[in-house]
Every structure is written in C-alpha cells, then in structure tokens.
Design a protein around this ligand. Structure first.
Ligand SMILES: Cc1cc2nc3c(=O)[nH]c(=O)nc-3n(C[C@H](O)[C@H](O)[C@H](O)COP(=O)(O)OP(=O)(O)OC[C@H]3O[C@@H](n4cnc5c(N)ncnc54)[C@H](O)[C@@H]3O)c2cc1C
Length: 289
C-alpha cells in the first residue's frame, strides 16, 4: 500500500486481499480493498484491468511509477518496462466481477487452470493480507454493448465474470442468450437473474463453445430466432472461429460482434503476439474487417 496515484487515464494502485472463497472447485473469488479503489473504480460493467503479481521469491512488489497524466493509457507500460527485469512483476488481465466504490472493495474471480501460469498459481494460494498491484480499470478500454433486442453472450470460464456484469447491466428490453463453456457441471457459477437463457456447454461431456453455437440452429427455443448482436470472449482461436461463424454464416454485421481473445492455448500473456493475433487486434480496433 502507500503507492502514490496521480490522476491518470491508466491508474496504477495497490490492492490488498481481505477474503478468498472457492466459489467452484476451479474458481477462487478474491475480495480486495485498496485506498485508491473509490477513485479508480468506475460504475460500468465489464471493467478490465491488469493485476501485477510478484515474481517468485520477491516479497516486495515493485509497481510502475506514474508521474504524468496518461492520456493514451500506455505510459504505465513504459514505466513498467523501466523496472529491472528481475523485479518486474508479472501482469495479467482480469475483470472486476463486483465492486463497492463507497467501501473501496472489489472482487475478482480467478480461473484456476493449473500451475503453469503465475496468476492461476497465485489465485490458488491467495491469502488475506497479500498485496498485488493493479493497472486500470480505464474507460479508454471500455467496450459499450451495442443496443439490441436479442444479445448473444458467449465465452468460457474466463469470460463469466464479464458476462455476469453485462447481464446485471443489460438495458431494459434486451434479452440475452448465454453460451458458457466450462470444464464440468461443478464450474457452472451462479449468474445474475436477468432476462437471460443460459446454456452450459461442458467439456467433460465432449462439448465445445464453437460447436454448441454453430449447432444451435436459429438459436430457437424460448429465445425465438436470431440475435441482433453478440459479445464473445475466451480462448482466442475459439473466439475467432465464433466471430467468423456469426458474421459469415449468421449474417451479423461485423460491427455487431464484440470479440476479445482472453488467453491463447500454449502461450502465456508474456509471449509476443503472433501474426494472427496482430491481424485480429487490428480488425478489432478498426471495428470491421
Ligand atoms: C480483458 C480480459 C479479461 C479477463 N478476465 C479474466 C477473469 O476475470 N478471470 C480469469 O480467470 N481470467 C481472465 N482473463 C484471462 C486471463 O488473463 C488468462 O487466462 C491469463 O493467461 C491467466 O494468466 P496465468 O498467469 O494464469 O497464465 P499464463 O502465464 O498467461 O499462461 C500459462 C499457460 O496457461 C494457459 N492458460 C491460460 N489461461 C488458461 C485458461 N483459462 N484455461 C486453460 N489454460 C490456460 C496458457 O495457454 C499457457 O499455456 C481475462 C483476459 C482478458 C484479456
């Protein structure tokens, strides 16, 4: 704690764990508090930020030092790279699942996908009192939902926190159809009571998000017919396949499909973007392809 936090488009602050709860066998819900949280938290769904995690063997967490307004939201990264590599924290992207600005608290759901990554490793061992850094959230990265009568929200476990906040904030009159891929029935987290139809896709039963959406006919059933817009996030190749399907086979306008690769199979968030990642990032930024 005690990190000074100048006013910035991409705030850097410290957060401290107050509570850890296993909400499913493979999801740890961690509650954080932080002096800066009342100022940096925003009242909108799908707030993304980066957590800074100490490298193994480091008890002191070194955070990027911000000394100027960060109009483009990237000065934090220059400051981050200026930290000597041995002391530089790992940074990993997360979603704020819930927050209470007045009390200065927030919760984050960590998918415990194994011991191969620093974030999942940390999440499995988190204890009250642990301190992490946080970069963001920032409205520079806000992705407002397109208004729609029928909205498809599709993703894997890593996207469930965002999907939950989006369901909580759905405009009146928007009906949501959720496709959520999880390891097994034990990972089906409670989603907010919204005007939503939720279809769980279980990997242990051979299910996959892409196939489930592809095979969903006209998204029939109670939902009744086509969707007007979609929000898709999760493993990058699945997200790309779904976006292609929705645009090319379902006829959704490109601008009506908000998509984001949250993780890449066999690659960590430290690995450089592949040429395919760069092409899709450009496409996302342009809002069309
Ligand atoms: C905007 C955004 C919001 C996100 N929100 C959340 C969130 O709220 N909760 C959350 O848990 N994750 C979230 N993620 C995904 C998370 O950032 C990645 O899963 C990240 O790779 C985890 O870091 P790590 O240190 O555990 O693994 P890394 O060091 O990045 O990767 C190590 C290995 O683990 C594999 N791996 C990474 N994630 C998974 C996974 N989910 N399942 C199986 N294998 C995996 C990689 O392929 C790699 O082989 C979000 C990502 C983005 C971009």
């Amino acid at each position: 704690m005690g990190q000074s936090m100048p006013v910035s488009a991409m705030p850097v602050s410290s957060v401290r764990v107050t509570e850890v709860e296993r909400i499913t066998p493979r999801t740890a819900r961690v509650t954080f508090t932080g002096d800066a949280l009342p100022d940096v938290l925003e009242d909108r769904p799908d707030q993304q930020m980066k957590l800074c995690l100490p490298r193994e063997g480091r008890s002191v967490l070194k955070l990027p030092e911000m000394d100027a307004d960060d109009a483009h939201g990237m000065r934090w990264y220059e400051a981050y790279l200026a930290i000597p590599e041995a002391e530089r924290p790992w940074t990993r992207s997360f979603t704020i699942r819930s927050h209470d600005r007045a009390r200065g608290t927030m919760t984050v759901d960590f998918v415990l996908h194994g011991d191969t990554g620093p974030a999942a490793r940390w999440g499995a061992r988190a204890r009250p009192g642990d301190v992490l850094g946080m970069v963001g959230p920032s409205s520079l990265y806000a992705r407002p939902l397109r208004s729609a009568e029928r909205m498809l929200l599709a993703g894997d476990e890593t996207a469930l926190p965002a999907i939950a906040t989006l369901l909580e904030a759905l405009p009146h009159g928007t009906r949501a159809l959720v496709y959520a891929e999880v390891a097994d029935a034990g990972e089906e987290v409670a989603l907010p009571d919204a005007e939503a139809e939720v279809r769980w896709v279980r990997r242990d039963a051979g299910g996959s998000l892409v196939e489930a959406v592809r095979d969903a006919g006209a998204f029939g059933g109670a939902f009744g017919g086509a969707v007007d817009a979609a929000w898709v996030a999760g493993e990058a190749s699945a997200v790309r396949a779904l976006r292609r399907h929705l645009v090319q086979e379902r006829g959704l306008p490109k601008a009506a499909v908000e998509f984001s690769g949250y993780w890449r199979r066999s690659l960590s968030q430290d690995d450089a973007p592949t040429s395919e990642d760069l092409a899709w990032a450009a496409e996302r930024a342009a809002g069309s392809a």
